[in-house]
Design a protein around this ligand. Sequence first.
Ligand code: RIB
Length: 310
Amino acid sequence: MEKKVLVIGSLNYDIILNAERLPEKGETYVCKGADRCCGGKGGNQAAQCGKLNIKTYMAGRVGRDFSGEILLQGLKEAGVDTRLVEKDQTETGLGVVYALEDGSVYAGIVPGANSKVSKADVEKAACFMDENTVVILQLEIPVETVEYAVETAKKRGSRIILNTAPAGIVKEDILRQCDYVVANEVEAEVLTGKSITDKVSAGEAAACLARKLGNTCIFTLGSQGAVAGAGENIWFCPAYAVKAVETTGAGDSFIGGLAWGIIEGMEFSKILSQASMCSAITVQSPGGQPSMPTLSKVLEFRKKAADSPA
Ligand code: RIB
């Protein structure tokens, strides 16, 4: 049976404002430029999987509007099957991101149709969940839907990646059913209740959470790389040294790379480094989905990295 990814999650139309700094209160700030692109954590993760040539299905909701059409088109161009994306009466989700020159991003979203993704949508997608499926979820759709999706995917024998982004509360019983829980520093602090200040504290926190949940926990740390814990093991994966132009979607690209490694049955440290490669390529150009690498780009990057190790 064909190995595949099913992403159940959000689709946002992103407006990325390129700025030297954030505006002050009451100030109208003139930005350097803007990029308009397909986004949403779910859509981005699906697009990354599609671009890596993985058979990928996206389940979610867009509005019956122009940005919804653009999002569907963008996913199709990335090779994603969109038959499980419904058109809702509510408007398409919107993301507005301030992208500063140092690579930091400040994002606000309006959920729109994402807030309507329901248990019924999960039921419709359930026939794509089997032991050959990696199901990917995030927290930009209602948490009850995410929890139902985890329970459904678990019963059907799929492997589950839960990206707890944006930071939110998920029942421990649900977290335990996920094979991989992935969070950035901010989300990891909410998940663990611990302060994450560096790689060492992040590694310890990831290992501690993984032991409690009985799965693998991965924390991404931007330019500091990623850490992971499972059982008694802790992994540290440095970030590749690249010039970051704009970092929107870097975490989503990492998730796509992770799914790729899991599907290919790679050894775990290799999975982490390949996921990091995907992020390293994504940050080198503006926007989420447009900057995510194809399989050939990752293989080219991997060859260069092997020929000239840091
Ligand atoms: O992870 C990046 C994404 O977060 C953006 O595309 C934006 O839409 C928000 O969902």
